[in-house]
Write a protein that binds this ligand. Structure first.
Ligand SMILES: [Zn+2]
Length: 434
């Protein structure tokens, strides 16, 4: 990804720097060749080069670019699980993914980590973004997911004779778990996404208290993935599934819904981050009935929401790490509404705005393994900066509306927001490789 050149001064805004520190009134951020050189009060700022391009935050807010920590680029207004796999051919899904990549950046998310993708679309989507062929977030790819046979993601009855190979690698036993990871390693993924447990959304027997992989399968996944330098995460709702994942050496937990004391202890022991994705549950309860969701499924989402919110509060209080990301791409959580996750954590779960933004920036970057490169407004970090018209500290909902974004800066280039200067000039050029 090309880095910007030249100097910028972003001023006249409240800085929320992503570290969890108190906001800084009348803040200034200086950027030089795509890197932050200063972030602090106007009074302490070094002298500004008169040639620097000025961005006026209009007494709004200056914060790090957001990180969507559980992003499904190939989900597109999914109504039922079948839509994930067989609604569109891979050719169309690939185009939708590139639209979603652009959209998430336009919503202020300068980085994202995949929560799984159809075929190997997100690995190649990342390549297109990194080569500046399409705008999108800095990315960590997962490709296809792994699930035990007959588990959550293996819902199609056999008589349909539909292969699930585009969405998930269904495994039976440790040998097949290893084989699946090796396939994904060859595909070029950075994260292996697995399904240790079921979900309230399951249309069959795999509800949120069901286990969908054995401990032995999970351990085989971790050993093989780690051998190749690839990280492992998993969809974990049931308590025993969370513990299995933590004991097997998982690098992150998606959802972490029903955590007892022992699970929390295991989590904190290795400081494993969790991405709860709770707005999805809230929206499922809100819109599920009118979209034809069975009562039992809606009730399951309520139980999941209550359990997940409680676990998130306990993890934060105990000093654990949480990422903000939310399974967007369903009919009731469409792409483009990503920042509703942050609002939900402030207004429903009870997190402070500062903590929520830390989760959505610094921790997100750490989950991606890139915490030293971006995620906070500190000298030496890449200039991934969000400039918002309005006081986000007072009203987190401002982030939900793209029209409030003055600038979405990625690597020192304003790529979205009212001041966007990004031009697609990537194509062409002798000997250019992409
Ligand atoms: Zn997901």
């Amino acid at each position: 990804m090309k880095q910007g050149s030249g100097k910028y001064v972003i001023r006249n805004g409240l800085i929320i720097d992503g570290t969890g520190a108190d906001p800084i009134p009348d803040g200034v951020v200086l950027v030089d060749d795509g890197v932050i050189t200063f972030a602090g009060t106007a009074a302490e700022a070094p002298e500004v080069d008169p040639a620097a391009t000025a961005i006026d935050a209009n007494r709004g807010t200056i914060l790090p670019g957001l990180v969507e920590a559980h992003f499904h680029p190939t989900y597109f207004n999914v109504r039922e699980l079948q839509d994930l796999d067989i609604k569109y051919p891979v050719e169309y899904v690939t185009m939708l993914a590139s639209v979603n990549a652009r959209l998430v950046l336009e919503c202020g998310y300068t980085a994202a980590r995949s929560g799984g993708s159809l075929f190997n679309v997100d690995v190649w989507m990342k390549k297109a973004i990194e080569n500046d062929l399409i705008p999108g977030p800095r990315f960590a790819a997962s490709g296809r997911e792994i699930c035990g046979a007959a588990g959550l993601m293996d819902w199609n009855p056999d008589f349909r004779k539909i292969g699930m190979e585009g969405l998930v690698l269904c495994i039976n036993g440790s040998d097949e778990a290893r084989a699946a990871v090796r396939t994904l390693v060859k595909d070029g993924v950075e994260w292996v996404k697995t399904y240790p447990t079921g979900d309230a959304a399951a249309p069959n027997v795999n509800d949120h208290h069901t286990l969908c992989m054995t401990y032995e399968e999970m351990e085989a996944v971790v050993t093989t993935a780690h051998n190749h330098g690839v990280k492992v995460t998993g969809h974990c709702r049931a308590t025993e599934g969370i513990k299995n994942a933590l004991r097997a050496g998982y690098d992150a937990i998606e959802h972490g819904t029903f955590m007892d004391d022992e699970a929390l202890e295991l989590l904190l022991e290795r400081d494993v981050p969790v991405v709860p994705a709770l707005q999805f549950e809230f929206a499922s309860i809100q819109y599920g009935p009118e979209l034809g969701m069975p009562r039992s499924v809606v009730d399951g989402h309520q139980e999941t929401l209550d359990g997940g919110a409680e676990s998130a509060r306990r993890i934060l209080e105990a000093g654990g790490r949480l990422g903000m990301g939310g399974d967007y791409g369903f009919a009731w959580t469409p792409h483009g509404t990503y920042a509703q996750e942050l609002t939900f954590f402030v207004n429903y779960v009870g997190f402070s705005v500062v903590d929520t933004i830390k989760c959505a920036t610094k921790t997100g970057a750490e989950i991606m393994g890139r915490g030293d490169e971006f995620g906070t407004l500190e000298a030496g970090k890449l200039a991934d900066v969000l400039v918002v018209d309005g006081d986000v500290h007072r009203d987190i909902r401002l982030l939900e509306d793209r029209m409030n974004l003055i600038a979405v800066m990625q690597g020192g280039i304003v790529k979205a927001g009212a001041l966007a200067e990004y031009q697609q000039v990537a194509l062409g050029g002798v000997g250019r490789e992409y």
